[in-house]
Write a protein that binds this ligand. Structure first.
Ligand code: NDP
Length: 231
């Protein structure tokens, strides 16, 4: 039995991961911005599964500190930095038209949030036999992708790729493995109904990738199906 912390656990990929890990008998700290509105999480927490709902806004330093304080004396085996936003309307995050406040918010959530949460949970992750710090990134953060779109979102995911790559180099000696996972194009509020994958397919793949993560494979950028992703 492992203890996981999952951010953005109230819907989309985060909710599916929460359900699956809980059903497999693991303990899940399911983090979401508005616990009072997270009805599915409340149902899970009230049932036999070991699910604890924790308020968390990953862009709010005090909120992340409260998560760290709540878990200060515990062991966390796996952190899944899943929370993310797509940023301003696509027309307003382009070469010609940029919503700068929206870009900053996108950065705060997608690029800075994962590092904040990792810092807050460093000690609990270090207590695990093999701590795993996983960030759900995107193919749109790959510098190799020749597809000009969504400047705010793409740059935030490119930044988190670099940040977690740096962290992997520093955390390896302390026994924490780091991974960046592109979840595929997934049918969620963000991905839309026309996406390639169901949340089940994506979450099942992500769980296999996390299972396979070791210190020997730390610092990689992988797809949900385990294939390497170009940087
Ligand atoms: P959804 O839009 O369905 O869900 C996003 C989740 O992130 C929600 O739980 C949302 O909470 C939470 N969230 C947003 N901002 C914050 C914040 N400041 N603090 C805490 N939680 C927050 O997205 P997906 O499930 O599709 O995406 C999950 C991850 O996968 C994201 O990082 C996304 O960038 C990435 N991804 C998704 C793809 C797709 O095709 N779906 C493709 C590539 C990457 P709330 O309900 O409060 O808004």
């Amino acid at each position: 039995m492992a203890r996981l912390v999952i951010t953005g656990a109230n819907r989309g990929i985060g909710l599916e991961l929460t359900k699956r890990y809980a059903a497999a008998g693991h303990a899940v700290v399911a983090c979401c911005r508005a616990p009072a509105q997270a009805e599915v999480l409340a149902e899970l927490a009230a049932g036999p599964a070991d699910v604890r709902v924790q308020a968390l806004d990953v862009a709010d330093a005090d909120s992340v500190a409260a998560l760290g304080a709540a878990l200060a004396d515990e062991t966390v085996d796996v952190l899944i930095n899943n929370a993310g936003i797509s940023g301003p309307a696509r027309a307003h995050q382009s070469l010609w038209d940029m919503d700068y406040d929206g870009w900053a918010e996108t950065f705060a959530v997608n690029a800075m949030g994962p590092l904040r949460v990792l810092q807050a949970l460093h000690a609990p992750l270090k207590r695990a036999a093999l701590g795993k710090a996983v960030t759900i990134t995107s193919q749109l953060g790959a510098l190799s992708l020749q597809f000009p779109t969504s400047y705010a979102y793409c740059s935030s995911k490119a930044a988190v790729n670099k940040v977690m790559r740096l962290a992997s180099l520093e955390l390896e000696k302390g026994g924490i493995a780091v991974s960046l996972i592109h979840p595929g194009w997934v049918k969620t509020d963000m991905g839309g109904a026309g996406a390639d994958l169901t949340v089940d397919e994506s979450a099942a793949g992500i769980m296999d990738v996390i299972d396979a993560l070791t210190l020997e494979t730390t610092g990689r950028f992988l797809k949900w199906n385990g294939e390497p992703h170009d940087w």
